[in-house]
Design a protein. Structure first.
Length: 305
């Protein structure tokens, strides 16, 4: 009972803190809030020892062979600073009223790839990662007038989840909870709409296969692969990163060419590897902006510790 009471108290505190932060962030000049977000991220890095240790551990797994311990620790700290800064822009999305407002802080390259894929009429799987201010990836096509569906995982606290979903659907985008309503996703693609998916986390709530990620086997969701194969939708990788001047660069890459050998199981693995590789390219380009505290290699293949 004491544990449940503490857990409720913790979520109460987080909920009211987030609500107040949203209000303050939208009333305060962006530059000042960005500085605050970076300082908050740095503070969290130093206070939360378990999360700091996981961040350093995973960066060492990925970059230990090419970077020193000191460099990895600095990357770990920078990753938390970026999380704080990017969280500010995600929260402040409600202050963006039109495409012009969006383009003041986000430069976009490769838009022609999305336009071409959308014109094909088979729907588009927008593939992205938990990189940079990733919540802003799906908002750009919506600002252009494209019909958007965002797939996400529900948070444990329903009030925090309501805040998250509310932010994602603020301008009219549709939200679909991961692992549910697969038929809705298929229908959306059949109607030529865009469905945004993230497959760079180890989550056992959905179907997964093992593919290489930074040279190590990682359990990876197959939802994007399955949807593309069932509907003929184009898979378009999209990634965003924060620049030195605290603006963002959203990069849209050409449609991924998937394989179809007739061997369903083998193609599932091969195509999921292709999708994962495209996201790894984004992460390697801006490694200090990915969420390294996440236990990406936690689930192991059968028989491996």
């Amino acid at each position: 009972m004491k544990r449940k009471g503490f857990k409720k108290l913790k979520y109460d505190f987080i909920y009211f803190a987030v609500k107040n932060l949203i209000w303050v962030a939208c009333k305060t000049p962006r530059k000042l809030m960005i500085r605050f977000g970076g300082a908050l991220g740095s503070m969290v890095y130093h206070i939360m020892s378990k999360e700091r240790a996981k961040t350093i551990k995973h960066l060492t797994m990925a970059y230990g062979a090419e970077k020193s311990e000191e460099e990895i620790r600095q990357m770990a700290k920078n990753s938390w600073i970026n999380i704080g800064k990017n969280a500010v822009d995600i929260i402040r999305y409600r202050t963006i009223n039109n495409l012009e407002d969006y383009q003041k802080i986000v430069k976009v390259e490769g838009l022609e790839h999305l336009e071409q894929a959308y014109k094909e009429g088979n729907g588009v799987v927008g593939l992205t990662a938990h990189l940079g201010a990733f919540e802003m990836v799906g908002t750009f096509p919506f600002e252009l007038g494209y019909p958007i569906n965002i797939v996400g995982t529900a948070l444990k606290d329903p009030r925090l989840n309501e805040l998250l979903v509310g932010n994602r659907t603020l301008k009219g985008a549709k939200y679909i909870q991961r692992g549910q309503n697969t038929i809705k996703l298929i229908k959306a693609l059949k109607n030529g709409e865009i469905v945004f998916l993230l497959i760079d986390q180890d989550t056992q709530k959905v179907q997964n296969v093992f593919v290489d990620f930074y040279g190590k086997k990682a359990s990876t969701p197959v939802g994007a692969t399955v949807l593309a194969s069932r509907t003929g939708a184009a898979v378009i990788p999209m990634g965003i990163k924060r620049m030195k001047d605290d603006t963002h660069l959203l990069t849209i890459k050409p449609k991924l060419e998937l394989v179809d050998t007739g061997d369903t199981e083998a193609d599932l693995v091969s195509n999921t590897q292709i999708l994962s590789n495209s996201l790894e390219e984004f992460i390697r380009d801006a490694p200090e902006q990915w969420i390294w505290m996440h236990e990406r290699w936690k689930t192991r293949p059968e028989g491996e510790q």
